[in-house]
Design a protein around this ligand. Structure first.
Ligand code: MG
Ligand code: MG
Length: 257
């Protein structure tokens, strides 16, 4: 799944990845605009596919086969409440009070953009809102550290230290990752770490940072559909992701609008 070599990108390649990322952000905005009680996750998937078709791009999620024999059937992942990541879009309708993570990828000119957000459906509990806010803030904190000379442990440690100080937990099982011509490239970026350890951040690295935060236990399991990852205790989870380029000018968020 992960190539062992780290592909450093040229400025021209980063410019293409910025376009892939922008289109991915636009796809997610189109989906976000349709999130309300009563809409099905399959309908949200259709919104993403229509947008991408109209813009001549596609999602690398569709038919993605990590070797489990079940290619992913959607263009987005829709993960509701205790579902942390990799939820399969389908007939399930959103209900008032749910929280949903939508993860999407876009391939443009051979390069991938990968990002995700979590939002509430209608009115949500104050704990659910705090979970979402903490997850977003964890991504912001991590993003600021994506500069040449820092190490991956600085980033992972900052994510987990902040999340735990807020009374929540980070997954230790699922990670961020390099992004480029492949959706998943080396290296992996964990949501925990030791400052000063791990791989050195270098100019030209393009990495998806994705804090996955849980209210209860950090332990997760995969459902029998071989995709959907849920918290084992059924507690709420949230997920936020951007693809970032490490540049000499500082962190460049490739997946912003
Ligand atoms: Mg993603
Ligand atoms: Mg990712």
């Amino acid at each position: 799944m992960f190539e062992s070599r780290i592909n450093l990108k040229s400025e021209a390649e980063i410019a293409l990845m910025r376009e892939a990322g922008r289109l991915n952000a636009q796809t997610l905005e189109a989906v976000k605009a349709e999130i309300r009680p009563g809409v099905s996750t399959g309908e949200l998937n259709e919104v993403a596919e229509s947008f991408q078709r109209a813009h001549g791009v596609y999602s690398p999620f569709k038919n993605y086969d990590p070797g489990n024999g079940v290619p992913f059937p959607g263009s987005i992942c829709t993960s509701i409440n205790e579902e942390m990541v990799h939820g399969i879009p389908g007939k399930r309708k959103l209900q008032e009070g749910d929280i949903i993570s939508v993860d999407c990828g876009t391939v443009y000119e051979g390069f991938v953009g990968d990002s995700a957000f979590t939002v509430g459906v209608g009115e949500i509990s104050s704990e659910a809102q705090r979970l979402i806010d903490v997850t977003k803030k964890a991504l912001e904190i991590a993003t600021a550290l994506m500069v040449p000379g820092n190490r991956s442990g600085d980033v992972g440690s900052a994510i987990e230290t902040y999340v735990e100080a807020q009374g929540f937990r980070c997954t230790h099982t699922y990670t961020g990752h390099g992004v480029g011509r492949a959706m998943h490239e080396s290296p992996q970026l964990t949501n925990y770490g030791v400052p000063g350890q791990g791989f050195l951040l270098r100019e030209g690295m393009t990495i998806a940072i994705e804090p996955m935060v849980l209210v209860g236990t950090r332990r997760t399991k995969t459902l029998r559909n071989l995709w959907t990852v849920v918290s084992v205790d059924g507690s709420l989870t949230a997920h936020q992701e951007n693809t970032i380029a490490v540049t000499k000018e500082g962190p460049l968020v490739l997946t912003s609008l």
